[in-house]
Design a binder for this molecule. Structure first.
Ligand SMILES: C[S@@+](CC[C@H](N)C(=O)[O-])C[C@H]1O[C@@H](n2cnc3c(N)ncnc32)[C@H](O)[C@@H]1O
Length: 215
């Protein structure tokens, strides 16, 4: 008789997700009582042969031809800069309560108006973004349950009907619980990313998966 939590059992049973068809991330369930319940070992081998959050986001952006997104929680700009560099037609809202971490003369010179910087609490910054305008949102700010809930409430209405909600650190229980409670099904990707596509249409992720050797 094991003593996995429902969260751990769910991931183990489904090799991440019942609907995913994505089976390339070997799971190790940590018995460490720390908040990290599950660690995945990604072996994502998309076109850029990367396994970071920006690699899967770049693939999605290019596949769908997305031109407008928002990153909620930018810190030093690791994801933001990668996305803007790899996708010349992309404009991003860069939302953080402390933009001094990434917003400086160098980033302005590199990306100009393609990076729209919104400094302040993420829920309030959503006011500056038109409803129904975004191709995707990447939620990666405060990872407490309350904050994730607030961010989803503020930012989901900003998506186009075809827009995807994406996020980071789904291995953290609060993030996983809030996302699955809100959406029912989510898709889990490399580097602890998670996705909710409109109408659960994950064909592109499945396509990537089928080109990757199974573990
Ligand atoms: C995990 S880091 C983001 C990492 C970044 N997305 C990346 O991929 O490298 C979290 C960031 O969220 C910001 N943050 C946390 N709570 C916030 C809030 N309520 N409103 C706006 N920004 C917030 C922090 O200042 C920090 O820079």
């Amino acid at each position: 008789m094991n003593n996995y939590t429902p969260h751990e059992q769910f991931l183990l049973d489904n090799n991440l997700h019942a609907e995913s068809g994505i089976r390339r991330y070997r799971l190790q369930v940590s018995r460490n009582p720390a908040k990290f319940l599950v660690e995945s070992t990604p072996t994502y081998q998309g076109p850029r042969n990367g396994n970071k959050r920006w690699d899967i986001l770049n693939d999605l952006i290019q596949h769908h031809g997305w031109t407008l997104g928002a990153e909620i929680g930018v810190r030093k700009g690791h994801t933001q800069f990668q996305l803007l560099t790899e996708n010349p037609n992309l404009t991003m809202y860069a939302v953080d309560k402390d933009v001094s971490q990434f917003h400086n003369s160098e980033s302005v010179a590199r990306f100009g108006h393609r990076m729209i910087v919104l400094e302040g609490d993420s829920r309030h910054m959503a006011k500056f973004v038109p409803h129904g305008s975004l191709d995707f949102v990447f939620i990666d700010a405060d990872h407490t349950a309350r904050a994730v809930k607030v961010d989803l409430k503020a930012w989901v209405p900003k998506l186009k009907p075809t827009g995807w909600i994406t996020g980071h650190d789904v291995h953290m229980k609060d993030v996983y619980d809030v996302a699955t409670r809100k959406f029912g099904n989510i898709q889990i990707g490399p580097d602890h990313t998670w996705f909710k596509a409109p109408d659960d249409n994950y064909d592109f992720l499945r396509k990537i998966d089928s080109s990757v050797s199974q573990l």
